[in-house]
Design a protein around this ligand. Structure first.
Ligand SMILES: COC(=O)COc1cccc(COC(=O)c2cn[nH]c2)c1
Length: 247
């Protein structure tokens, strides 16, 4: 997968050199390219923003640098058609299902907005040449799209074959399509069996795998009901067995 990131703060992305994603980049699994938006400005101050039409506080990111950056980056036609992702508080909620979907894409471009946002015509103009998605990682406001891009890139990259050593763990993740659809994971434990007087639930040491799976699903249902009643309402009743309904 190729990932291009356009930002005025390329240094925000040094975490992508670390850990599993860094390893995946070095092994060629993921090709991450950083672009400083100011490369497409020509005035002395490398201006990327201006006052909002219609008045109001703050600044808006000018369209010209974005247009030229996207033209140059997407001119590389041999990489197929990219999908442009715009992290923004006003976007569609980004979910694990989106991570699974976007992990299948060959080429993603992330546009990191700042200030009050990017001139709306940038997304309109780009949509004439490629799919464009405005995505929100949550109902709060950051100073820019860089942190949201790191979140989305990590959620996607960890699903790419070969990035995580243990593929099994993906299927047990919270929200994982299939068994964990609309469920969050329950509690997990490791050695020692007793720690500061706290015991590991005996079922987990029993070796009865069917009973352990049942206990884990019960705990996932309980935790989802406690922390995410909104997800419980979305659970497909067909996906619940008799025991589920008793939990
Ligand atoms: C069309 O896109 C834009 O204009 C993007 O503009 C902005 C403006 C301010 C902040 C951000 C960063 O995203 C978030 O804060 C965010 C994403 N998810 N939850 C919070 C982006």
């Amino acid at each position: 997968m190729r990932i291009d990131i356009i930002t005025i703060f390329p240094d925000y992305f040094t975490p992508l050199d670390l850990s599993l994603i860094g390893k995946a980049r070095r092994s060629g699994l993921i090709d991450v390219r950083l672009h400083d938006l100011r490369r497409w400005t020509y005035d002395r101050h490398h201006t990327v923003d201006d006052t909002p039409y219609g008045g109001g506080p703050g600044m808006v990111m000018k369209p010209e640098p974005w247009g030229e950056a996207l033209d140059e980056i997407t001119a590389d036609a041999d990489a197929g058609t990219p999908r442009l992702i715009l992290p923004t508080p006003s976007g569609l909620p980004f979910t694990q299902q989106d991570a699974v979907r976007l992990a299948k894409e060959p080429w993603l471009i992330f546009a990191c907005g700042r200030y009050e946002g990017i001139d709306a015509r940038v997304a309109v103009d780009a949509a004439q040449r490629m799919p464009v998605e405005e995505l929100s990682i949550g109902d709060y406001v950051l100073n820019g799209g860089e942190v949201a891009t790191l979140v989305i890139v990590e959620a996607i990259s960890r699903l790419l074959p070969g990035v995580l050593g243990n593929v099994e763990s993906i299927t047990q993740d919270s929200f994982a399509p299939g068994t964990m659809d609309n469920l969050v994971e329950g509690p997990v434990y490791t050695k020692p069996p007793v720690w500061r007087g706290h015991e590991v639930p005996p079922i987990l040491l029993s070796g009865h795998h069917a009973a352990i799976d049942r206990w884990r699903r019960d705990e996932a249902l309980r935790k989802t009901a406690r922390n995410r009643p909104d997800l419980i309402r979305r659970l497909d009743p067909e996906s619940l067995d008799k025991r589920d309904r008793e939990v």
